[in-house]
Design a protein around this ligand. Structure first.
Ligand SMILES: Cc1cc2nc3c(=O)[nH]c(=O)nc-3n(C[C@H](O)[C@H](O)[C@H](O)COP(=O)(O)OP(=O)(O)OC[C@H]3O[C@@H](n4cnc5c(N)ncnc54)[C@H](O)[C@@H]3O)c2cc1C
Length: 484
């Protein structure tokens, strides 16, 4: 089957309804529930871009097995041109959500692609795992499957000495049984962003954590299963899509990608969906050895370039509207946003300029600048939201709604809220967007997302420390010290 349309994706979610809960109720049909409506429309729109004559050529490539057009984020890049085409495609999807949706399907498409490219790595664990990951990659590519993932065990105790893995087994996801049909897993994980809007869920060790040795492999696994698998339950947080108009709630009404806790209640994972098992060392090296971290990093930083540019554009319109662009304080704040954009662009460009063919024959971006960019964003993004606060101040609260523009105080609103460059309606529309991005529940979740979705700052720092080859730097200083 070629790249899917939005309508086909929505029909698939309806036909294979997962067990989803929100606000004390079970959701019988996620495609008809208002909490998910805006996000669903946006994801469906991304798939539709693959069929839009104006976009199609940048969004799909020819399937190596069927000759059908399939999503370009599935491609196994063989050279720099492939990598650039993939980046352009991912950038187009990021633009459609102003960089505000992290779990657009390209994120997991590139993750599964890289694990399939390094299928021999899985085969070294058990020969059949090689075939499993290759088949799975082919399945998601040819059926344009929308995926989520959940990698971290639910917080229970982070006390010194405790790890997510030696905590109570009913919290940390672990294998509780092995049968002829597969492994049975039990536990709770956080989070599955886009979980309720996904067809399949992947589970594998997090980039920033290590599965401990000596646990007989019961915490060491990687697999993927349909979201409607028996025993799998998604507990959602409150929605940030409040059913308001795009004028009132411009981001929340469009870009709600919903995060869910995932409960695994004795879930059977069929053997053909297991990619690694009972091999602590291979689980811990998986992301680096298959360059999964580099490929997902390429997607994340591509998205972040769009997000940084969006924040800069928003801030620019704010100062233009308020006439504050001549104030040195405003200029300094805007300059910070420019620096963030240029740093992120430069790191993405460096990752491509330093790309090389890896041991699996895949043209792989350099992970080092991508890891730096991901870590930078953890502090950059909260600061960018703060800069919007500092530039907007009371205008972020002087926000009549769309209904108010035609309500009893309409005349006053139109008389008093215009500025030298904007009508009252234009000013309110702009500042409602700035408020939604930086102050609303949607905005708060964005900041938390950038702080944590890819692991916290401390663990990312530790990872950078571990992967960065400092030999040349050390030698340079040694050489200097050895001078007479
Ligand atoms: C909005 C959002 C979306 C997310 N989406 C996904 C998703 O789609 N898939 C997914 O798998 N995960 C997702 N996550 C989860 C994310 O991976 C984790 O939040 C992140 O790895 C941090 O883990 P934690 O929340 O358990 O915090 P903890 O590990 O408990 O850490 C909390 C704080 O304590 C510090 N800390 C605690 N223990 C240690 C330690 N031993 N060493 C150093 N510092 C420590 C950390 O620095 C951190 O600041 C998402 C998170 C958020 C907030």
């Amino acid at each position: 089957m070629p790249a899917r349309t939005g309508a086909e994706y929505i029909a698939g979610l309806r036909e294979r309804a997962a067990d989803i809960y929100i606000g004390g109720e079970r959701v019988p049909d996620v495609t008809g529930h208002p909490a998910f409506a805006g996000g669903l429309r946006t994801i469906a729109g991304l798939l539709d871009l693959q069929h839009d004559p104006a976009w199609r050529d940048e969004m799909v490539y020819t399937s190596p097995s069927t000759g059908d057009p399939v999503g370009l984020s599935f491609i196994m890049p063989r050279d720099g041109d492939d990598l650039k085409r993939r980046r352009k495609m991912m950038s187009n999807w990021a633009l459609a959500s102003c960089g505000m949706m992290g779990r657009t399907p390209d994120f997991l498409n590139v993750a599964v692609m890289s694990m399939a490219a390094g299928a021999d790595y899985c085969g070294q664990n058990r020969p059949e795992f090689k075939r499993n990951i290759l088949d799975y990659y082919e399945y998601i590519r040819e059926n344009d499957i929308v995926m989520t993932h959940t990698l971290v065990n639910l917080q229970r105790s982070r006390a010194v000495g405790a790890t997510p893995f030696d905590d109570r087994t009913e919290v940390a996801l672990s294998v509780v049984n092995e049968t002829g049909a597969g492994i049975v897993v039990r536990g709770a994980r956080v989070l599955a962003t886009l979980g309720p809007l996904s067809d399949e869920i992947a589970v594998y060790p997090a980039r920033t954590r290590r599965v401990p040795a000596g646990e007989e492999g019961k915490y060491a696994f990687g697999f993927a299963i349909p979201c409607d698998t028996d025993g799998l339950k998604f507990q959602c947080r409150d929605t940030v899509d409040l059913g308001r108009s795009h004028f009132d709630h411009p981001a929340g009404s469009r870009f709600e990608e919903m995060d869910a806790i995932v409960f695994f209640d004795d879930v059977l994972v069929p053997w053909e969906r297991v990619f690694l098992y009972n091999d602590v060392a291979r689980c811990n090296q998986w992301g680096e050895r298959t360059n999964r971290n580099a490929h997902t990093g390429h997607q994340v930083v591509t998205k972040n370039v769009v997000k940084c540019e969006f924040m800069l554009g928003l801030a620019t319109l704010m100062v233009d509207t308020l006439g504050s662009g001549d104030l040195p304080a405003a200029q300094q704040l805007i300059a910070e946003l420019i620096e963030n954009l240029e740093i992120t662009k430069a790191l993405l460009a460096a990752s491509e300029a330093q790309a090389s063919v890896d041991e699996w024959g895949i043209f792989c971006p350099d992970y080092r600048p991508l890891l730096v960019a991901r870590k930078q964003m953890i502090t950059m993004y909260p600061r960018m939201a703060e800069i919007l606060h500092l530039l907007g101040s009371s205008s972020l609260m002087a926000l009549p709604s769309e209904a108010d523009l035609n309500g009893p105080l309409a005349a006053d609103i139109h008389r008093y809220l215009d500025t030298d460059t904007a009508t009252a309606a234009e000013r309110i529309r702009l500042f409602r967007l700035a408020w939604d991005v930086s102050c609303s529940a949607f905005g708060g979740r964005q900041t938390l997302y950038e702080r944590y979705f890819g692991g916290d700052a401390a663990r990312n720092a530790a990872l950078l420390y571990q992967i960065y080859d400092r030999t040349a730097a050390r030698d340079m200083v040694q050489e200097f010290l050895s001078l007479e």
